[in-house]
Ligand binder design. Structure first.
Ligand code: GDP
Length: 421
């Protein structure tokens, strides 16, 4: 919910920038496509006029270029900003995602162990639906609890699904600002469920722009949580990692809450800066947040009139503020990363294509010009020869006239002489 555009302070929405980049790139590719089509029309005409001038190679290349443009336009229309959520089961991944979406979209709660990857993305459809990668047909949205529930007995979809299967939750775009702006959210099975990290990463994370680790503020980072990020940073260069210390409400009543917070911070700093080397010590304050996703979700549901009473512990405003700060940093980070990783490559491709079209038309133009010069030279020579021939004929004609004049007189004389004789 909420309008896209500018923030109150006039700053352009970071998420909007991704859409803007997509629009600009779309216009560039449309223009390029127009010029290439026009060029192809000329080539067709040239081919018809003089098949020897139109080089087959250049003709085929321009068709290749047109096809590449079409494919690129197709790909970047589908490009999105992707965030992947990780953490142990029950740390609150689903609750955090729901809070960010201002709705209870994903099943949450003890025992609702997500048994596969759940990807929430926007659809222009009014109702929304589920899609399993292995099945072509749509599944009603309300089956989500059943399919996503690892422990569910009555699950006719499960046999076809492994832990790294993907279930897409196609949710109506109009309901949410993140989905409207092409943000795609991936919820992973808990890292404590003996995961095959490498296949997870290869299958689902190579195109991720941001990773969010949802921790339980009451516990320390486990080896499984750390191992996952070691693998990620091996495969992706400098991944963007956020850490949410969730359930911070549960520590609110502690006397030594500030001390616990600073201990956590020290440990996360060491993990992100020294061990993973994914950010500088200055950046850490914009990467680690102490929040209560449950409180935020409740207050957002209440604001929409969906529940009457929100869960709120002492000091919830501070945690809510920190959650907002997280979202702000997250939006900036994901937009910057997605524009860089997705559009820079397309912009580079556009450069290459422009260069190829330029070479191609120059070459064909050069050939046509050369053909024209040869043609003109040949025409000139044959005109000259023809003119010579014309001159010769004139000389002959003149001589003939002179000759025939005498001849005629002679013939005439002879005839009359014969007659009068
Ligand atoms: P997941 O397995 O990581 O997706 O965890 P869930 O989102 O399903 O959350 C597990 C349980 O923890 C649910 O009952 C949530 O209501 C609860 N929970 C999630 N976030 C918080 C929080 O910030 N504070 C408290 N007190 N409980 C939370």
């Amino acid at each position: 919910s909420g309008k896209v555009g500018r923030r109150n302070n006039g700053e352009i929405e970071p998420l909007q920038r991704f859409a803007d980049a997509k629009k600009i790139l779309g216009e560039i590719y449309d223009d390029l496509n127009g010029y290439v089509n026009e060029t192809e029309c000329f080539y067709n005409a040239l081919k018809e006029f003089d098949p020897t001038t139109m080089q087959e190679k250049a003709y085929e290349e321009i068709q290749d270029i047109r096809e590449s443009i079409r494919m690129i336009i197709d790909t970047f229309q589908r490009d999105n900003m992707k965030v992947v959520f990780f953490g142990r089961t029950s740390n609150g991944k689903s609750t955090t995602i729901n809070a960010m979406l201002h709705s209870k979209i994903l099943p949450q709660g003890m025992g609702h162990t997500t048994c596969c990857f759940l990807q929430v993305q926007g659809t222009s459809d009014d109702d929304g639906f589920l899609l399993l990668d292995e099945r072509p047909s749509q599944i009603p949205l309300n089956e989500l609890g059943k399919i996503g529930h690892a422990l569910s007995e009555d699950n006719s979809y499960l046999p076809a699904m492994g832990q790294d299967s993907l279930l897409r939750v196609m949710y109506p775009k109009r309901e949410n600002r993140l989905l409207q702006n092409d943000v795609v959210i991936l919820d992973s099975p808990g890292v404590d469920l003996s995961p095959q990290f490498d296949s997870w990463i290869d299958k689902h994370c190579l195109d991720a722009d941001v990773f969010v680790l949802v921790c339980n503020a009451e516990a320390t980072l486990t080896q499984a949580e750390k191992s996952f990020f070691y693998r990620v940073s091996k495969k992706l260069s400098k991944p963007n990692v956020f850490i949410l210390n969730n359930r911070w409400d549960a520590s609110a009543a502690d006397d030594n809450v500030e001390q616990v917070r600073s201990q956590h911070l020290t440990r996360f700093k060491q993990f992100l800066v020294d061990e993973l080397q994914v950010c500088s010590s200055l950046e850490v304050q914009n990467r680690v947040f102490f929040v209560s996703s449950r409180e935020v979700l409740d207050s957002r549901l209440k604001a929409r009139g969906l529940i009457e009473k929100a869960y709120e512990m002492d000091g919830y405003q501070k945690r809510a503020y920190e959650f907002n700060q997280f979202e702000r940093q997250f939006e900036q980070c994901i937009s910057r990363s997605a524009i860089r990783s997705k559009f820079e490559a397309h912009a580079r491709r556009a450069d290459e294509l422009v260069h190829r079209v330029r070479n191609n038309v120059d070459e064909v133009y050069g050939d046509t010009l050369a053909r024209k010069e040869t043609f003109e030279r040949e025409l000139e020579e044959s005109t000259k020869e023809f003119n010579n021939c014309r001159h010769n004929f004139s000389a002959f004609e003149k001589a003939y006239r002179e000759q025939t004049e005498g001849l005629q007189a002679e013939v005439h004389l002879k005839v009359s002489a014969d007659y009068y004789e």
